[in-house]
Design a protein around this ligand. Structure first.
Ligand code: NAD
Ligand code: 2YH
Length: 276
């Protein structure tokens, strides 16, 4: 699994604010509004503790600070524990935290200590980036009939079928989207088409897409041949899978931010308070 680096997080605060504006433009929902709609929950004045973890590759500079920024930016209460690891967890619980956020090299989780709900970053990241594209349908597809799921004109391309891409795929299927999939690992593609009602993307078909989801750890995974003017790309993948040159040439809208969008999705996944 790819680990975040301090460089990935250097511009995280600006990226979160900029992406929140873009999500609103594309979907008509702010990011927290979209999370509320997707999960049917809302914050209920929870205290969120962020526990730095030294295991494995250790503390990532500004990881905990980026989480605290996200919590506070969306109007919630939080703190970073002074202690790390188990001592930090003890500190969080004894200080009255309702939700704990913590990550090692394999997993980044949100755990609600009041209701027992637990959320995994990869699942929640895949889900929210997929929901952004589902709700961006009207913007991206113009006059295309979005209610006809067999219409290849409004099909979605999913690139990268790993731990983030697979929950995204499931979200798209729940939302009845018409999906083409691609992964550099052809065995993974075969497994996916066997288990889900999706089609293999074959570059020889010359298909283009108005909406593309990407979750790989590689650059330049989105080639010119799949793009349309004004395509929307929703990509948690780090680094960005589309070049600056192609973004400009096709006026592509790209939703990409390294940590905050997925974190907010995790928090809404574990909130207790249900909204109508
Ligand atoms: P993963 O290893 O489980 O899956 C990655 C998939 O991409 C694999 O199936 C792999 O075969 C495929 N792949 C690799 N190179 C490819 C290429 N050139 N073309 C097509 N497919 C390719 O990883 P993951 O946990 O799903 O994470 C994917 C990316 O998302 C990573 O870069 C990770 O750091 C990032 N991520 C970002 C956030 C965020 O908040 N932005 C959150 C979680 C993960
Ligand atoms: O970056 C990671 C893992 N790849 C999981 C995150 C998924 N986007 N973990 C972060 C480790 C943080 C570190 N232990 C800290 O600073 O506490």
């Amino acid at each position: 699994m790819a680990l975040l680096t301090p460089d990935d997080l250097a511009d995280m605060t600006n990226a979160l604010i900029k992406n929140d504006c873009l999500i609103q433009e594309l979907t008509t929902y702010s990011l927290d509004g979209l999370c509320r709609k997707v999960y049917g929950t809302a914050p209920g004045n929870e205290m969120i503790a962020i526990v730095p973890v030294t295991a494995g590759n250790g503390i990532i500079g500004s990881f905990s600070e980026s989480l605290l920024f996200t919590v506070k930016h969306f109007g919630m209460n939080g703190f970073i524990t002074e202690n790390t690891d188990v001592a930090g967890y003890y500190e969080a619980v004894t200080a009255g935290a309702d939700i704990v956020l913590m990550a090692d090299d394999l997993a980044y989780i949100a755990h609600n200590l009041r209701n027992g709900k637990i959320a995994h970053n990869q699942v929640c990241t895949g889900r929210i980036y997929a929901e952004i594209l589902c709700h961006a349908a009207d913007f991206a597809d113009g006059d295309i009939d979005n209610d006809n799921i067999d219409n290849d004109e409004n099909a979605l391309l999913v690139i990268g079928l790993g731990k983030v891409g697979t929950p995204a795929l499931e979200t798209f299927l729940n939302e009845k989207q018409n999906i083409y999939v691609f992964d550099v690992d052809s065995k993974r593609v075969d497994e996916i088409v066997l288990h889900y009602p999706v089609k293999k993307y074959d570059p020889k078909d010359g298909k283009t897409f108005s909406r593309i989801f990407e979750a790989t750890p590689c650059a330049d995974t989105i080639s010119e041949s799949v793009l349309r003017e004004n395509s929307v790309v929703s990509t948690p993948g780090i680094p960005c899978g589309i070049s600056g040159e192609l973004i400009e040439k096709y006026s592509v809208r790209v939703v990409l931010e390294p940590l905050g969008i997925g974190t907010l999705s995790m928090l809404y996944a574990v909130f207790d308070f249900r909204v109508a």
